[in-house]
Write a protein that binds this ligand. Sequence first.
Ligand SMILES: NCCCC(=O)N[C@@H](Cc1c[nH]cn1)C(=O)O
Ligand SMILES: [Zn+2]
Ligand SMILES: [Zn+2]
Length: 499
Amino acid sequence: MLLFEAGVSSSSSGLENQIFQYIDLHQNEFIQTLKEWVAVESDSIQPGLRQEVTRMVELTADRLRALGATVELVKLGSHKLSDGQSLLLPPLILAELGKDPQKPTVCFYGHVDVQPAKKEDGWKTDPYTLTEIDGNLYGRGATDNKGPVLAWINAAESFRALKLDIPVNLKFIIEGMEEAGSLGLEEIIKKENQRFFSDVDFFVISDNLWLSNRKPALTYGSRGNICFSVEVRCGERDLHSGSFGGIIHEPMTDLIALLDSLVDTSGRILIPGVYDDVASLTEEEKKLYEAIEFDIEEYKNNSGVKKFLYDTKEEILMHLWRYPSLSIHGIEGAFHEPGIKTVIPAKVIGKFSIRQVPHMDISIGEHQVIKYLEDVFSKRNSPNKLKVSVPTSAMPWVANINDPLYTAARKAIKTVFGQDPEMIRDGATIPIAQMFQNITRKSVMMLPVGAADDAEHSQKEKISRHNYIQGTKLFATLFLEIAKLPGKLQEKSNTTTTN
Ligand SMILES: NCCCC(=O)N[C@@H](Cc1c[nH]cn1)C(=O)O
Ligand SMILES: [Zn+2]
Ligand SMILES: [Zn+2]
């Protein structure tokens, strides 16, 4: 069996200890850098903050250059806003550190844009001032995703500072538009498949959370998503409900009826055919759920709700990971401010999405939903105009947990956290995982460092000091473990010499 030649000797645990000591000693510096990154309001959703996103991407590029990486800033052009204006997209980072054909190449994906955050949303601390309270580092982007991106960079920096050879070639793909739907990303992956990604052996994404507050996890799947917009319109302008209420078909009433027809009180989706293609549950898969340690009460506490739709661990996990779900997100055009406004909105747009699972198909799902909504609408005999559109969709992703990349990560987790990881899937959607797997056909793994109570997207987003620092050690150990994997050394050398 051939090994990737990586300078890892039998004294690798001594090597690990040396690296761990360095990381422990320099933890406050790593936290200081995270503080500087969190201070950048790189919100990719609000157009007025786009310059900050670009500044954040440039800051990240500087950090990678300081590490010795070669950095390309790929222009992604611009996109159209809903008011018709065009806005420049931040560049995408493609960077590489090391190009030794004897070593495996690991590509890390992360994003440095964040969800919107305002102190008045209910934050106890300023969202853009990283604040440590009881061992937790609170701030927007602390766990999603600036902390994990920095942990990967810190890991590489630690090798450099100790003048140790990094036993793998590192590649980075870092974007600034993830929270706004990763605009332009898929085209770049397709375009770069034969160039930048051609020598990548493994893809690692660290953009999700553990299932528990304490137990580390390794993620091998995520759900897909189809986002729907349902517009109902009666005319060009809003109307006074005193002058017209009672004599017209109101768009909001139509829309609420449509939205109310989607799912029943037990969470079951009412659209005919939706469950037809869902992969059937095997005995083997059932056992995976039975074996997982999952604290329902802890998960409930993290959510702040009192009761879930299901009572058992197996039912809850299956309905998060292997069954579809439908969520209603909001209504554009509806009056939502405090107080009373006796208006009849002329146009309202309902937003909902269906999380898809293997083996559901996006275009079949779209057709089923559109046909169903048209049927329900036609029964209302409303003269209003109905328009259903799909602004964005992404496919589900599942990887093979027996892939060598997962073996390396399990070992690294055991070394750093002293326990085996929980093998989990994510109920959310990480479109890049499926894109990497489908386009490059290489191994893809999600390796979270944030805990289940990190509250990503919420008013108390945090990463614990412990997870940030142990996460840095985890990534350093992963480099060492990947370097020990049996590899296609011969194949790689041949490819390099003939090119
Ligand atoms: N824990 C990782 C979460 C990543 C995330 O929030 N992804 C979004 C992506 C998306 C899907 N549809 C529209 N955006 C999500 O909501 O799952
Ligand atoms: Zn993220
Ligand atoms: Zn996010």
